[in-house]
Write a protein that binds this ligand. Structure first.
Ligand code: BGC
Length: 355
């Protein structure tokens, strides 16, 4: 009797294992490679993608690479080995994935570049992002409006920062912002005291807050010691804005006699929204990661059904080898005046998240 029960149990176990496997292998596996968990937005991007893909019946392998290029390549290799049919990649170094993506193509795996374009490869099918040039334009316009430049006010004193040189987006943000600011610099209405205006000089490798803080420290020591005024700092995103604000605070900014300059940002990360409410950062571009994720999920779904993926741009994003068909979502900005409407009423944050 005991023997019969044991064999029966073994049979049930084997049967349910086979059942489990079958269930798992029925689902299409999608690899989602995100750059880092250190910036809040990528955590949201990752969890939105996972949730929305799972709701559509996909199985998801979500990985973060701690901003390390080799880790990301390794993760992509694993995704290929595990049998992923689609790879969704927010690259760390957009130019470092050519070999691993060749391997993906050899295995008939489709590739979607997420937020950041993947450069110098044939093997990327689609790109979904926010309109990156427009992000810079909105930041430039914010400075223009707050300083009253259109009305002829000035001259105003400021400094410029740009993002990581290995991220294709960084040049788009810079070019967008400079399309607004450069004419005022040419006219002498905006004065960049350090004279550091070209992309390479002002770029911050790895979007690193500490490196932005160190550059701002150096600029203050060299040009803004002894209470010299500073009217604006162009920061392309929130991780840089955090470093810039810390540096300014350490140098005694943030008082009635030495107020913070206008400081831009991007991502609406929680600490930055709090900094906006506290008057330390002026604005941040809001890119609703739920919208981007749902576009990419539509793309994945279309690819897997052999249909055309949604795109609205076939001209802007050349990766050096081909122009990648893209979907560009629309960025907006939030500041202390409109953040409730933009971030809370839309359900992105709860009021309690921002305390
Ligand atoms: C993204 C930004 C982000 C930055 C740093 C860029 O590629 O578009 O939203 O702030 O990377 O992670």
């Amino acid at each position: 009797m005991k023997k019969i029960i044991i064999s029966l149990l073994a049979f049930v176990m084997i049967f349910s294992l086979v059942g489990c496997n079958k269930k798992a292998s029925n689902k299409i596996l999608v690899g989602v490679a995100m750059p880092t968990q250190s910036l809040q937005r990528w955590n949201q991007d990752g969890s939105n993608m996972k949730k929305q893909l799972e709701e559509k019946g996909y199985q998801v392998d979500l990985q973060y690479a701690n901003n390390d290029v080799n880790t990301q390549i390794q993760q992509l290799e694993n995704m290929i080995t595990k049998g992923c049919k689609v790879l969704v990649i927010a690259s760390i170094d957009g130019s470092a994935l050519t070999d691993v993506l060749k391997k993906a193509a050899d295995n008939d795996i489709r590739v979607i570049a997420y937020d950041r374009l993947i450069m110098n490869t044939e093997d990327v099918d689609y790109y979904a992002t926010f309109d990156n040039f427009k992000v810079g334009v909105i930041q430039g316009r914010y400075i223009e409006e707050k300083l009253g430049l259109k009305e002829g006010n000035g001259p105003f004193i400021g400094e410029l920062f740009a993002g990581s040189p290995d991220d294709n987006n960084a040049t788009f943000f810079y070019n967008g912002a400079m399309s607004i600011l450069q004419p005022y610099i040419n006219d002498g209405k905006l004065v960049i005291t350090s004279k550091q205006t070209d992309f390479t000089t002002i770029a911050i490798q790895g979007w690193d807050s500490a490196k932005a803080q160190a550059r701002m420290d150096n600029l203050i020591t060299a040009h803004y010691a002894g209470g010299k005024k500073l009217d604006f700092v162009l920061s392309p995103n929130d991780s840089l804005a955090i470093g810039i604000v810390t540096s300014l605070k350490n140098a005694g900014f943030g008082t009635a006699s030495k107020p913070y300059p206008i400081i831009t940002g991007q991502d609406c990360d929680k600490p930055n929204v709090i900094a906006m409410i506290n008057g330390q950062q002026s604005m941040s571009i809001f890119k609703d990661t739920r919208t981007l994720a749902s576009k990419v999920v539509e793309m994945v779904d279309a690819l897997m059904k052999g249909e055309e993926a949604p795109i609205n741009d076939t001209e802007t994003y050349n990766n050096g080898v081909k122009t990648v068909p893209s979907f560009l979502c629309d960025p907006v900005y939030a500041d202390a005046n409109n953040y409730k409407e933009i971030l809370i009423d839309s359900g992105y944050y709860k009021e309690s998240d921002l305390q």
